[in-house]
Write a protein that binds this ligand. Structure first.
Ligand SMILES: [Zn+2]
Length: 208
């Protein structure tokens, strides 16, 4: 019997997708939560510690397909991916950090991959890992975008207690990061320098 691969969220809003749970799933971030990730909450040094620990725990292999980026033409082996649960009460809960090869990671964020022009490669990777036909991939991606649309109607409240409780991140760092004014803004906006305010020259007053 086919099971639902939809998560709690889609069941709550009544979107179902009938297919056995695939190995490689898509996890689109709701647009209301763009740029609110662990990477932007924590200082770079702390994020680096977490991702390196995650790679080590995964034995330096992708936790989904077992491959590494160096086989896929990349300079690096793995990338750290955040898994979130979207709860009924509007809380976006950090579940765990996992290590993925670049290809699997590109599938997780399929919206971005399509935008940067690697749709074909990403779709082929889903088909390969899940042993799916092209039509299955297309149906599944469609379902994920439908779910994403609904998810993006909600202003999610972040819960990252996992960082402190399981991953040893200082609570102060988390609080500072969550209060940061730049959270939720794209990196290019964060790095933008403030425009210098040039004092207007006074117009010479006309003498009579
Ligand atoms: Zn992989």
């Amino acid at each position: 019997m086919k099971k639902y691969i939809s998560n709690n969220f889609s069941r709550n809003i009544g979107i179902y997708f009938y297919m056995d749970k695939p190995k490689l799933t898509i996890e689109l971030i709701p647009s209301t939560s763009f740029y609110t990730n662990v990477r932007s909450i924590l200082p770079t040094k702390e994020w680096d510690r977490l991702r390196k620990e995650s790679y080590e725990k995964a034995n330096f292999k992708c936790q989904i397909c077992g491959d590494v980026g160096t086989n896929q033409g990349y300079r690096h082996k793995l990338e750290c991916h955040e898994i979130w649960i979207y709860q009924k009460d509007g809380v976006q809960l950090l579940k765990e950090l996992v290590s993925l090869c670049p290809r699997c990671h590109q599938v997780k964020h399929i919206g971005r991959s399509i935008a940067v022009g690697i749709k074909k490669i990403a779709f082929a990777h889903i088909a390969k890992v899940n042993k799916w036909k092209k039509e299955d991939v297309e149906k599944y991606v469609g379902f994920c975008f439908q779910e994403h649309k609904e998810k993006s109607k909600i202003k999610w409240k972040l819960n990252v207690k996992l960082l402190n409780e399981k991953l040893g991140v200082d609570e102060k760092l988390i609080d500072e990061g969550l209060r940061s004014k730049t959270l939720g803004k794209p990196t290019w906006k964060r790095k933008k320098k403030k425009k210098k305010i040039v004092a207007k020259k006074k117009r010479p007053t006309k003498k009579k």
